[in-house]
Design a protein around this ligand. Sequence first.
Ligand code: GLY
Length: 530
Amino acid sequence: MVVTAHPLASQVGEAVLRRGGNAVDAAVAVQFALAVVYPDAGNIGGGGFLVLRQRDGTAAALDYREKAPAAAHRDMYLDPNKEVVEDLSRKGHLAAGVPGTVDGMVQAHQQYGSLPWPELVQPAIDLARRGFPLTQKEARKLNRERKDFLRYNTRQPTFFLKDHWREGDTVRLADLARTLERIRDKGRAGFYEGPTADLLAAEMKRGGGLITKADLAAYRSVWRTPLTGTVGPYKVISMPPPSSGGIALLQLLTIAQHYPLPEWGWNSVPAAHLMIEAERRVYADRARHLGDPDFYQVPVAGLLDTAYIRRRMHGYSPTRATDSDDVYPGVPAPPESPHTTHYSIVDAQGNAVSVTTTLNSNFGSKVFVGGAGFLLNNEMDDFSVKPGYPNAFGLVGEEANAIAPGKRMLSSMTPTILEKDGKLFMVVGSMGGSTIITTVYQIIQNVTRFGFTMQGAISAGRFHHQWLPDWVLCEWGALGPGTGLALWLRGHKIAPKYGGIGRAAGILVLPDGRLEGGADPRGDDTAAGF
Ligand code: GLY
């Protein structure tokens, strides 16, 4: 089974599995297909994390997160008065980190793939060259981005510029098809060297960006030890730093384990209050302690120590909200719509892959590499550009996540796999910037503690708190009117989140061994299997 954010990408993955490819083969094909049909987040100009569990229970985690270019420096987004220059880390050439996706896919395939590499890149080339129909949601997004595409590009991306895109319009991406052909034929060298690297470096020069051919040649993804922890009868396998996702998820699940949530009821007043209070504390830890472990000593064991986690709930009142502003004042600008995408795959042998990949915001930096047809990320905004200054998701950070050359920016991406009784149980993850962690947390809780199906757990309404800003973002209908009012009376500031929180893709192994896919109704997400 394959669950992705786009029906055509799910079809590509399913076809690979039908041909006998394994879950990693399908993941590689899906990653490249998403770069064509889902350009807002699917990518070759961004990065991501892949967590896998083989049928024998061995697990691995691949970090293909972007890196700061060698010429990056701590104050690169500040003016001479040390004030943050608005949007500089979010849009345009300076916002881009060195892309990791292509190296990540090559690494994953070399270690675990079974089908020939060209066969896995070819479906994306076919989609780009022959064209594909826009969904209604994608047409709407392209119309919204038109102004930024015109403003931030040195060569106009005519393939995405039209007065008004409509559902069913065909998009053809010839430059991207040629770039993908180079990747098909030369693997890593098709992107990090030769014509693609030349085009990217030239684009940076024209637009005042920092990425050089030396940065591209030096980029390497990294196999990291997956983060694992036991919560009740479940073993959680997730992403370690530079993602904050695995640590925060384990902290949240561990806290929840000490309270009778099922007895209180799904999204009831005491359950929602407890979850919000836990999130407030966990995101405060994230801001202080988490960053790239290659540059900063992240106290992973300390953060996951059960006694420490319990102590973090010190001061928790079951009837009163804690005020985050007592710790860090200030309310940041409202977040731009976050964009990342997650896909979950289980093959016929029972190997599982959980991948979250991103350009950061919708369509990343909005910059296409002229002549190469792909978008560059704006991942540099995931660094703390100045201590305490919120990024696009309202997240703040400190020294641990300060900019340094070659460093990876902290992420919230939380690709996760759960085991129960030593067997594969669930594959899950989400898009949604800072809300990824709480989305994955709620979905896991919905299944493991409230008995939801995979689809029900993903469709259910969600809420989110991240310490700062001190408000509870809440989807329409996630909390009943009585619950919302009761939480407000306890001191929680509740704000509606239009457009939804997160967009998840999950697969649950049912007791009889069949797979249940959960595709998020908030998007075009589709489960495909056989
Ligand atoms: N760019 C979103 C994240 O990595 O958290």
